[in-house]
Design a protein around this ligand. Structure first.
Ligand code: PXP
Length: 247
């Protein structure tokens, strides 16, 4: 069964918009877990625009499922990760001006840094994943640098302007899953997934985990977090059942 990791960054975005103490992502994590999520994902950005150091420290103590820290491979954040000890880190590129993570990590250019960082994370018992575009070279290099997993960037599939383009991007992801498995990597996927585009992705055999944030928190504004998480879990289950059904 595909696991659902829920990214709660945007609970913190609402808090930071006013610089107050609510809504608290720590409370959100507890509700999300009770609704059946398989993991909690947070991105501690260099500019601290949403998740704060305090959130990560408390979540480390309160999360009962799995804490996945999204982070750039920068020295300050690496030190925080090593000290905090999340169950898993997902390494993402980070540009200050971006609205959200815009593309996959350039694992070739940053090979040495990523390899050294991965080794340090492993020394602390932390599972490592690289957030990359679904491209054979990026997948092979992620394996070469010692990563345990890859998270395939689904943003281009989600943003596709035409059905043809969407199909093309979907095919890239499908092949990316195959390629990742061939290299012995665990394969996750995420970014831009919502209640309307999730099913084809959740039908892809071999994906272990889907990491979803914005659409779930956005729906929670209207229906509550519990319902928003359960609705997403139900769609993922339906898609898996469709995939298993005889043709
Ligand atoms: N996976 C990764 C690596 C991300 O950087 C993000 C965004 O923080 C997500 C998944 C979730 O994306 P979205 O908020 O669009 O669901």
């Amino acid at each position: 069964m595909i696991r659902l990791g829920v990214n709660i960054d945007h609970v913190a975005t609402v808090r930071q918009a006013r610089g107050v103490t609510y809504p608290d992502p720590v409370a959100a994590a507890a509700l999300v877990e009770m609704a059946g999520a398989d993991g909690i994902v947070v991105h501690l950005r260099e500019d601290r625009r949403h998740i704060q150091d305090r959130d990560l420290a408390i979540l480390r103590k309160t999360v009962k499922s799995k804490l996945n820290l999204e982070m750039a491979a920068n020295d300050e954040i690496i030190a925080i990760a090593l000290e905090t000890g999340p169950d898993m880190v997902t390494i993402v590129p980070e540009r200050r001006q971006e609205v959200t993570t815009e593309g996959g990590l350039d694992v070739e250019t940053h090979f040495d840094k990523l390899k050294e960082m991965t080794k340090r994370m492993h020394g602390r018992g932390i599972f490592v994943s690289m957030f990359i575009d679904p491209e054979p070279r990026a997948i092979a290099v992620s394996k070469e640098l010692g990563s345990d997993a890859i998270e395939l960037h689904t943003g281009r599939y989600c943003d596709a302007a035409t059905p043809d383009e969407r199909q093309k991007e979907y095919e890239r992801i499908r092949l990316g899953v195959e390629e990742g498995l061939k290299h012995g990597l665990r394969v996750n996927a995420g970014h831009g997934l919502n209640y309307f585009n999730i099913k084809p992705i959740a039908r892809l055999a071999g994906i272990e985990e889907l990491n979803i944030g914005h659409s779930i928190i956005a729906r929670a504004v209207f229906v509550g977090l519990d319902r928003a998480v359960r609705d997403m879990k139900a769609l993922i289950r339906e898609a898996e059942r469709d995939a298993d059904a005889p043709a």
